[in-house]
Design a protein around this ligand. Structure first.
Ligand code: SAH
Length: 467
């Protein structure tokens, strides 16, 4: 029997949803962080439960053929990329399995239902440098230098890193310029223990297709001394700088952004475009420091392109887009439908959705602020009962917790011919698919999309049709 602190040999045969290796000794299951499928390792027992335990990697005896050297030197301590030590094709296989297994296990479907309709995951050709948004904390290191980096998983200790391999290369230039400016102008980085110091974070966003660059400094002070000087320095090094703002956050909090935004340069936003497919028309979006916008632009086109393909629109359809954010999917669909109604809980996002519609001359999209599980039943009770307006398609793209049952129930009552479910969590997706398939729908197509290479996250698009 293995006890705490014992070291033992183990072969890793599986991986958990959060990317830890899984192996067995005498029927006992071990989760071993930092290992991948196929590794033979020495592990150190840390915590034991009745039938499973957690162990750390002590040393690798025989590396898995799927193991590679991580591109990033801090990948193990940072925790942001759980799969960097796994070959990309194995990452994709891991994600396909995760989606398939959840749909089988949680959704209660069987292989015969799934096999004919499960499509290969849409991966990236170059699975690095895809993030169009970066938030770097700025702190003083123990040796006295001002540094940027990332907090080691769930801690307050910062690991120096200026060049996250998921982010654009410009980030390093922005950070170098900000830090050099702070040193020249005696501007202190923030310190959370004393709640003193000025510069807390640097937020950088870049339009993937337009190249427009946004920098926002988040500070613990009423204003940034010589902000114009910093702006001029940034602009000289990065002529694509289109927006420079200062965000004031004077609270003792882990929340990154404060409520007050001061504009230093530019219109307060950048623009980017999402195309329907390679070389095809696109929809442009304004992105402000607060906006939600998908972080992987190339894959977003693949994701929304899949939603559009599954939607099968001919131009005459009426559509609901639930959980619509800044209206990205709604506007994408609007060009191919008669009418799109969008629903989103955050009022500012709906303001952006309306602005985005106007900027793209889209007049057949209408947006509602509120909870999907309240707005849709309300509309059903008040409007639908009078007009019996025929809805052809409902698209949902909920947060991780999935759809509220009230929302699903109303969707079933409205009875559109098609439902397109875009999901960032295969477990809640599977739960909701079970409900919809018990209530008159059938699975038609399933296609996962890799929006976040190197991490364990996976998006899935599912088409359901009315039986
Ligand atoms: N479809 C958008 C946003 C998807 S993220 C895009 O692709 O950009 C999910 C969105 O659901 C977020 O914008 C979040 O604010 C919103 N949301 C969360 N709970 C909600 C609810 N109960 N009703 C409506 N919207 C909700």
């Amino acid at each position: 029997m293995i006890k705490k602190n014992d070291e033992f040999e183990i072969l890793i045969t599986d991986m958990s949803d959060d990317g830890a290796g899984i192996g067995k000794t005498d029927g006992f299951t071990w989760f071993v962080k930092d290992t991948v499928i196929g590794d033979k390792v020495v592990a150190g027992a840390m915590k034991l439960k009745k039938s499973y335990g957690f162990a750390r990697l002590v040393r690798i005896l025989e590396p898995s053929p799927k193991r590679i050297d991580p591109a990033c030197p801090i990948s193990r301590s940072c925790g942001g990329c759980q799969l960097q030590q796994l070959d990309y094709s194995a990452q994709l296989a891991f994600k396909e399995d995760k989606v398939r297994n959840d749909i089988l296990r949680i959704g209660g479907f069987d292989n015969n239902d799934i096999d004919p309709i499960f499509e290969h995951i849409v991966g990236m050709d170059i699975p690095f440098r895809y993030r169009n948004k970066a938030v770097y904390p700025i702190r003083r290191a123990k040796d006295g230098r001002i540094i940027s980096g990332f907090f080691a998983g769930r801690t307050h200790s910062i690991i120096e890193c200026e060049d996250c391999q998921l982010g654009f290369e410009d980030n390093r230039i922005v950070l170098d310029t900000v830090i050099a400016f702070m040193e020249q102008h005696d501007i202190e980085p923030y310190d959370e223990v004393s709640h003193q110091g000025v510069v807390r974070h640097v937020l950088i966003r870049k339009g993937y297709f337009t190249g427009e660059l946004m920098v926002c400094l988040i500070i613990n002070a009423p204003k940034l001394k010589d902000a114009e000087v910093l702006c001029a320095e940034l602009k000289e090094k990065l002529p694509e700088l289109k927006s420079f703002t200062i965000n004031i956050n004077r609270e003792r909090t882990n929340v990154i952004m404060g409520d007050k935004l001061v504009n230093v340069y530019g219109p307060g936003y950048i623009e980017d475009i999402i195309h329907e497919a390679d070389g095809k028309a696109g929809v442009s979006f304004r992105i402000s420091p607060y906006s939600f916008f998908q972080v992987n632009s190339l894959q977003t086109e693949k994701l929304y392109g899949t939603a559009l393909e599954f939607a099968g629109l001919s131009g005459s359809e009426k559509v609901w887009d639930l959980y619509c954010g800044v209206g990205t999917i709604s506007l994408f669909l609007a060009r191919h439908a008669a009418k799109v109604y969008g629903v989103e809980i955050i009022p500012a996002a709906i303001d952006n959705a309306r602005e985005n519609a106007a900027a793209n001359n889209i007049t057949n999209a209408e947006f509602y602020v509120g909870k999907a599980e309240e707005v849709l039943p309300d509309w059903y009770a008040k409007e639908y009962s009078k007009t019996h307006e025929n809805i052809d398609l409902i698209v949902v793209d909920p947060p991780r917790k999935g759809c509220d049952e009230n929302c699903l129930r109303t969707m079933v009552s409205i009875a559109p011919k098609r439902i397109v479910y875009v999901s960032c969590d295969p477990a809640t997706l599977s739960r909701d698919l079970k409900y919809l398939c018990q209530n008159g729908y059938k699975l038609e197509r399933i296609r996962p999309v890799d929006m976040f290479p190197q991490t364990v996250h996976v998006e899935t698009v599912v088409l359901l049709t009315k039986r």
